[in-house]
Design a protein around this ligand. Structure first.
Ligand code: 9PG
Length: 445
């Protein structure tokens, strides 16, 4: 780490803004002395934060991006990765004797910004510069979706999807894409083998497209679960530690997770087979999730940096899905610039306002809203922001607040209730949020 900036601040009014590594990493501003949001359970460090970055609890930490508002009316300082799609330095900040001292472990730019709209404005002007430098084309408005996750979770059945397909027709809801989430597949890594709850996955997608809607699917393409057939049959496809053991990609679904080596020719061939098959099934909307896995440090078949391996993996998927819509999730944010149509910018929404264990990377309205606001500047620049789905059924705590958040920050508009669960308010709110002309929400400075 070397010092890259020393900023004089008013300690009673200054704020330090952190931007986390990936979709679910808490990102927000703090008053000096306020402790930043961190993992509670260490397994979430790999799944929801940056595995290789371990800041002390009282040190502010941005992954490739951090901003300081001095609180005295002076300019905002933005410290950012100099080449955000190549190298994402860890940036740390601490307060000492009237100054915020910022250090980084790689190349950064330091921008002194005295333009309007505070930290969001300063971030937006930095992002404008990034997309100009990288020639990133402005995103198109995203289609509206219905997603199976936030009602049915992993227990979703083919019948559940059919029920909702019928209801969205009867209710005449403006849903472009029906996106089947986690649960259709036998295991994490075995994407072409159906779970016992689905009789015929391609036939289900055909019923979706026959109704005039687009078919969407969830995968975690760079994860391999310890229970999967892929893990048992192809241990050589995994990213490995220096000691030759498969690198941990964390733990979820009651099993250990590992990372697919996106530079291994056979793994590449497997991904080609999976996504080509999906295209044959008529799928043209892809939510690719837990994709931080491809950017974990470790040994790979080819001598690629983790970010190179990550981008190769996403570009490979892109090359097999034609003009389909690509939504990233659990995705390192800066390494994803220029690769996605839309991007989850937050932790998951949940019917609960507070996260169960207090960790804001975990499902909760509070955590989801936190990042949706602090990452608003990305919307319309890097991609369409996905603030996560609308859930509007009566058992959702503070549901009006969540609807207001999506109305304000939502680029991607999705519904994720069982449509039979909605009361009048829930249905009208869902209809209103899905009907909005979202292009007008693009933030411009
Ligand atoms: C499917 C879900 C949904 C959801 C995604 C993602 O262990 N974790 O910390 C953890 C974080 C997020 C998460 C699951 C687990 O949710 O964001 O929309 O697709 O996967 O499993």
């Amino acid at each position: 780490m070397r010092t890259v900036a020393e900023i004089c601040v008013d300690p009673d009014a200054a704020t330090v803004h952190e931007q986390g590594w990936q979709s679910w990493s808490p990102s927000t501003g703090y008053r000096i002395g306020e402790l930043p949001h961190r993992w509670v359970d260490p397994t979430h460090r790999t799944v929801c934060y940056r595995a290789e970055s371990d800041p002390a609890p009282d040190v502010y930490n941005g992954e490739g991006l951090l901003a300081v508002d001095p609180g005295d009316g002076g300019p905002v300082t933005v410290i950012a990765a100099a080449a955000p799609t190549t190298e994402v330095p860890t940036i740390r900040a601490s307060y000492l004797d009237g100054r915020v001292i910022v250090s980084a472990n790689g190349d950064v730019v330091v921008r002194i910004d005295d333009g309007p709209s505070g930290v969001q404005g300063a971030y937006a002007r930095w992002a404008d510069q990034v997309v100009r430098d990288l020639s990133v084309t402005a995103p198109e408005p995203a289609p509206t979706t219905w997603c199976s996750w936030y009602q049915y979770f992993t227990l979703v059945t083919e019948t559940d999807v059919d029920l909702n397909l019928g209801l969205m027709k009867d209710l005449d809801l403006p849903i472009d894409v029906v996106q089947v989430d986690d649960g259709y597949q036998a295991e994490i890594g075995d994407w072409l083998i159906p779970s016992g709850r689905f009789a015929n996955v391609p036939e289900l997608f055909k019923r979706i497209t026959d109704q005039g809607r687009r078919a969407g699917i969830w995968t975690a393409p760079f994860l391999v679960g310890a229970r999967s057939k892929t893990f048992a049959e192809h241990p050589d496809w995994l990213v490995r530690d220096d000691d030759g053991e498969p690198t941990s990609a964390g733990h979820n679904w009651n099993q250990d997770l590992f990372a697919l080596d996106t530079t291994h020719p056979e793994a590449v061939d497997y991904l080609r087979q999976v996504f080509t098959t999906f295209s044959e099934w008529g799928i043209d909307f892809h939510k690719i999730d837990f994709i931080y896995a491809a950017a974990l440090p470790g040994r790979r078949h080819e001598n690629a940096t983790p970010i190179e391996a990550y981008r190769q993996g996403v570009e490979l998927i892109r090359s097999h899905i034609g003009n389909s819509h690509l939504l990233g999730c659990g995705a390192p944010q800066l390494p994803s610039i220029g690769l996605f149509d839309s991007m989850r910018v937050s932790a998951d929404i949940a019917p609960e306002y507070q996260p169960g264990n207090g960790d804001l990377s975990q499902p909760s309205q509070r955590g989801a809203a936190l990042n949706g606001a602090s990452r608003a500047f990305q919307h319309g620049r890097f991609w369409i922001n996905d603030p996560d789905c609308v859930i509007a059924r009566p058992d959702v705590e503070r549901r009006q607040e969540w609807a207001e958040h999506v109305a304000r920050f939502g680029g991607l508009r999705g519904s994720s209730d069982g449509l039979d669960q909605l009361d009048d308010w829930g249905l009208e709110t869902t209809r209103r949020l899905l009907s909005a002309d979202v292009a007008k929400y693009f933030v411009k400075t």
